[in-house]
Design a protein around this ligand. Structure first.
Ligand code: ZN
Length: 501
């Protein structure tokens, strides 16, 4: 059996190598590649993707998994070996259901759709990209048909990023969350706005970068196994467990932009850097779902990075880095400024309280589109109507509205947005469990000490990589199923104080 498992591991290792090379090409493409390299790079990445697909669907994997079936049943569920076989089987069964002709058609379509999206944004007119989105919807529905037996056509699409979750569970979770959130947003909007002008000053790029690096190093990001570069849309990527990179973007006239995106991406990176290194080159060596991943970026960004204790330690350092701008700004003014709540149109700029309204309305629109109760031609209008209902503001044009996110123009319609809100919910649930286990965490954060928190997260979440599903991780780490209660408690206690509700 060991030889068979070794054969499987070799095969999976080669797939992992190819995927990591593709990630490196992609990282280079969006950071340092000169414009004239674009055509060849696109071709190189397409060639690699075809190779990856061939390898994923190689019948040899199916034969090896077949031979390992009885062996797997004898192993404890939580053992590394059983988990590897289980996850490899799940991947294989997913890959072989999707015809390679469909993959090719979809990937060709997406590059056209992306170009049309850029043109639509340029023209500030959704109708430019509308026929492409119609085709995307059709292909998204078709993808679902490869996985018969689901309750809702979005379920197979959700499985791609948040395995094990479904329309039914997410819908009821979001309905509950929305009922609690909307009154808080309304109450806050009746309060006087917080003055955040201290953040809108000139902060030179080099000092911003240096300060961000100091912060994330202190949090536990390992620069021996990573680096930070500049890009247009910040992201985290990984080429091996020894090379987990992040990117950021800097606005010299607004401090929040780079600071919090750096902490956010570092949160994703801490997850990947914390995976058991024995999983290197296997399908276990990655975070388990988009929801759990986002819970870590949001935990470090918000629960930690936007907290009072955190700035108790870091604010004097920030003032020392920017004496001209901040020496005369009291810490309370700064703390209130970075936590300002305002109903805005752009999801990525949204504060902690309103953010989920942006994500949840997108999820609802995806459901309606897949169900056929909403047509693509009516999407901009439906989008604007939901912004009016949920946030009380209406986009002035398509660029500020339905054209703002890349997701529906560069991927399936369905499964793209639920992870953001699940991540927010889980960030509070994990943070609460860590604090229960170690009540000193808050006072340690005020001293600039993050090891206790980091180690708890590493032990209960990061180290497992993809061994367990999101539901299993949540149950093991917190002793509870996914729940919005810790998140609502967190938001209420923080924002009741900030806005004297
Ligand atoms: Zn993220």
């Amino acid at each position: 059996m060991e030889t068979i498992l070794e054969e499987l591991t070799t095969h999976l290792g080669e797939i992992n190598d190819l995927e990591s090379i593709n990630a490196l090409l992609e990282w280079d493409q969006i950071t340092y590649m000169p414009p004239q390299g674009a055509t060849a790079r696109g071709r190189q990445m397409a060639t690699l993707s075809t190779l990856v697909h061939t390898k994923h669907t190689d019948p040899a994997i199916g034969r090896l998994l077949e031979k390992l079936h009885t062996y797997e049943e004898q192993l404890p569920y939580e053992s590394d070996e059983a988990s590897l076989i289980r996850v490899a089987r799940r991947d294989y069964e997913q890959w072989i259901r999707v015809p390679s002709a469909f993959i090719a058609e979809f990937s060709n379509h997406l590059s056209e759709s992306y170009t049309a999206w850029l043109a639509a944004r340029e023209a500030n007119n959704f109708t430019v990209v509308q026929p492409y989105v119609e085709k995307t919807l059709e292909l998204s529905r078709q993808y679902s048909t490869f996985f018969p037996g689901h309750d809702h056509s979005i379920d197979p699409l959700i499985n791609l990023s948040d395995y094990g979750m479904s329309a039914a569970t997410i819908r009821s979770l979001f309905t509950e969350l929305r009922q609690h959130l909307v009154p808080i947003v309304h109450a806050i909007s009746e309060q006087p706005a917080i003055d955040d002008s201290c953040l809108h000053q000139y902060f030179p790029e080099d000092q911003q970068l240096a300060f961000g690096n100091e912060v994330i190093q202190r949090l536990g990001y390992d620069f021996e196994r990573g680096r930070q570069d500049k890009t247009v849309h910040p992201f985290m990527t990984k080429f091996s467990l020894g090379d987990v990179r992040i990117t950021t973007r800097i606005d010299e006239n607004y401090l929040n932009e780079a600071l919090f995106s750096t902490i956010h991406e570092a949160g994703h990176a801490l997850y990947e850097q914390g995976i058991n290194r024995a999983f290197e080159r296997t399908p276990l060596a990655v975070g388990t779902s988009s929801g759990v991943h986002e819970s870590q970026s949001r935990l470090w960004e918000n629960m930690v990075g936007r907290s009072e204790p955190f700035w108790h330690y870091f604010y004097p350092r920030l003032q020392a880095a920017f004496p001209q701008q901040l020496a005369h700004v009291p810490i309370t003014t700064f703390y209130r400024a970075i936590n300002k709540v305002a109903c805005s149109l752009i999801r990525t700029d949204a504060d902690e309280v309103t953010y989920n309204l942006h994500a949840m309305l997108r999820f609802d629109l995806e459901l309606a589109l897949l169900e056929g109760t909403l047509h693509i031609c009516d999407l901009p209008e439906a989008w604007n109507a939901r912004y009016q209902t949920d946030l009380g503001i209406v986009p002035s044009d398509d660029r500020m509205g339905v054209l703002q996110d890349i997701h529906w123009y560069m991927g399936y319609i369905g499964g793209a947005f639920q992870g953001y809100t699940i991540g927010n919910i889980l960030s509070a649930q994990f943070f609460e469990a860590a604090q229960k286990a170690h009540p000193t965490i808050t006072s340690e954060i005020a001293q600039g000490e993050f090891d206790t928190l980091h180690n708890w997260l590493r032990m209960h979440i990061y180290a497992h990589g993809r061994k367990f599903t999101a539901d299993e991780i949540v149950a093991q780490a917190t002793g509870q199923p996914l729940s919005i209660e810790p998140y609502m408690n967190y938001l209420r206690s923080k924002y009741e104080k900030l806005y004297i509700l």
